[in-house]
Ligand binder design. Structure first.
Ligand SMILES: Cc1cc2nc3c(=O)[nH]c(=O)nc-3n(C[C@H](O)[C@H](O)[C@H](O)COP(=O)(O)OP(=O)(O)OC[C@H]3O[C@@H](n4cnc5c(N)ncnc54)[C@H](O)[C@@H]3O)c2cc1C
Length: 486
């Protein structure tokens, strides 16, 4: 991101929300101001008593020498979308980066109550290796035949949105949707495959279909074209984390921010002020005046904040649906798990009707998550697939998950400890037509007011960081344009 701004007019920017989106917006604003010589000050306002929003790591001390590293929210970031990894590098965290244990990378799918390994070579949904797929009991022979039809079914060549369910059924059939796409691809978004927008969540699949006439041919071609890492360049894994957990990114970022950082500060609303400025009302009645505002809060909060300024944008912001999710992490002695999973975890198709959606074996996926001889795992619940579990109290939830672990992994022993985290109205849903809604929101916002973050163009940490970079770029270009025309 490079831009040269020569103006010296003082600008006051307010960023609302201190999650990864708000904080990375502050970081790029600060970096750009330093590079371009722009005279600006910024304030980040966060309603809670801590920074990071959904990025939250707890270190649980026990009698063992090493603490358990328990993630309450994200446990890693995708490196194919490079922006979170780049941020880690910019913050000097190279030495702390932690790849996944790829030699143990197996994913299981719960099928008729039993974990069945996802055949080797399945890339998200498409089998790219013949034998492991042909021999796998996960999909019936008829289901496999239907998946192979993808090679012959004519491609859809328009850019109209459709649901993930419609796309997968059209190309690969019902069984591929039920056993693989729904638990894996909707699982990432905690989404309902019958509502999930393919264009907002997996646009590449539609592009591959369009370009190669078939998803399978497209995936095979992109695998062939994938460049081998250059000699001397350290290979990063597909997902990376940090030795001390994802919160280490926040811990490194916050002290480097030179603007004003206010915790325990809730924004109530935003009004137009004089001379094109904005007045921001805080929960203690205080008012801040800003030349530009970046709103990095959940969409329904952003809707309330811009209600008076931009009622149409507020209305569309409210159309972004949210679901609630939770995680329960449990630590066991390795010896207490009679039927361990030989992999990173297990996903659960909706058709299994379980009170949870997935289990990650955190201590297999990453080193440094549990002391030697222990296993740390976490189960995900809520969302579109087990919303009923959000309403169990902690004791009921614990008993429910223990019963599932008994059946699936044969675990009778009590865990060393467990931790439950509930994220109410936390997961934005990219329902069909999502990108049109986002474009309408952006078009309906007044000059110098921006929304950014997980509700819009990607929920993962890399997408949040990327959107913040783009928002800062737009904001600075706008300041420049206004100053040039003055
Ligand atoms: C359980 C779970 C697991 C996940 N796993 C992964 C993963 O493995 N990898 C990955 O990349 N992503 C993952 N995600 C998604 C990712 O963590 C989030 O999308 C991302 O952290 C959202 O960041 P954000 O800054 O946009 O929003 P948030 O983190 O929601 O931050 C918004 C902030 O705004 C504050 N706020 C709200 N209202 C106001 C107000 N009126 N005034 C001031 N402040 C306000 C909130 O307190 C909050 O701190 C996961 C999410 C969850 C819940």
């Amino acid at each position: 991101m490079t831009m040269t701004i020569t103006s010296r007019t003082h600008q006051r920017i307010v960023i609302i929300g201190g999650g990864i989106s708000g904080l990375s917006a502050a970081w790029y604003l600060q970096k750009q101001a330093a590079i371009t010589g722009l005279d600006l000050e910024y304030t980040v306002l966060e309603q809670s008593s801590r920074w990071g929003g959904k990025v939250l790591t707890e270190h649980v001390e026990t009698e063992e020498d090493q603490p358990f590293v328990v993630e309450a929210g994200p446990d890693s970031f995708l490196t194919q979308k490079p922006w979170a990894l780049q941020l880690a590098h910019e913050l000097g965290l190279e030495d702390q980066l932690l790849g996944t244990n790829d030699h143990k990378r197996n994913t299981y799918v719960l099928s008729k109550g039993r974990p069945v390994v996802l055949p080797e070579g399945v890339m998200l949904i498409v089998p790219t290796k013949f034998m492991p797929f042909a021999l796998s009991p996960l999909i019936s022979p008829l289901g496999k035949l239907r998946m192979a039809m993808d090679l012959f079914i004519p491609a859809k060549t328009d850019d109209e949105d459709e649901t993930l369910a419609s796309f997968i059924k059209r190309r690969l059939g019902d069984e591929a949707l039920d056993k693989i796409a729904e638990p894996l691809m909707s699982g990432i978004y905690n989404a309902d495959a019958d509502k999930q927008s393919i264009m907002a969540t997996f646009p590449r699949f539609r592009a591959l279909e369009k370009e190669h006439g078939s998803l399978t041919k497209g995936m095979l071609a992109s695998r062939r074209n994938h460049p081998a890492p250059k000699p001397g360049i350290k290979k990063t894994s597909v997902f990376m984390s940090l030795n001390q957990g994802t919160n280490a990114l926040i811990d490194a970022l916050v002290p480097k921010l030179t603007g004003e950082l206010w915790l325990n500060t809730q924004v109530i609303d935003i009004h137009s002020g004089v001379e094109g400025k904005y007045a921001i009302t805080l929960d203690d009645g205080k008012r801040l005046i800003a030349d530009a505002i970046i709103i990095a809060t959940p969409a329904y909060v952003s809707a309330d904040l811009v209600q008076k300024l931009a009622p149409n944008a507020a209305k569309t912001l409210r159309q972004i649906r949210y679901v609630s999710t939770g995680t329960i992490s449990l630590a066991f002695k390795e010896a207490d798990i009679p039927q361990p999973l030989n992999g990173f975890g297990l996903v659960v198709p909706s058709s299994e009707n379980k009170p949870f959606n997935a289990i990650t074996i955190s201590s297999t996926k990453f080193d440094n998550r549990a002391p030697e001889g222990y296993v740390l795992m976490r189960a995900f619940f809520g969302g579109s697939r087990s919303p009923q579990s959000m309403h169990l109290d902690d004791a009921e939830l614990y008993d429910t998950i223990r019963a599932e672990l008994r059946t699936i992994l044969g675990i009778e022993a009590d865990p060393l400890f467990h931790r439950i985290y509930r994220w109410w109205d936390a997961n934005p849903q990219y329902d069909i037509g999502h990108l049109d809604r986002v474009a309408a929101i952006e078009a309906d916002l007044p000059d110098s007011v921006y929304v950014t973050g997980s509700p819009y163009r990607g929920v993962g940490m890399p997408d949040c960081v990327h959107q913040s970079q783009q928002t800062v770029e737009k904001l600075l270009a706008n300041i420049l344009e206004r100053q040039v025309s003055q």
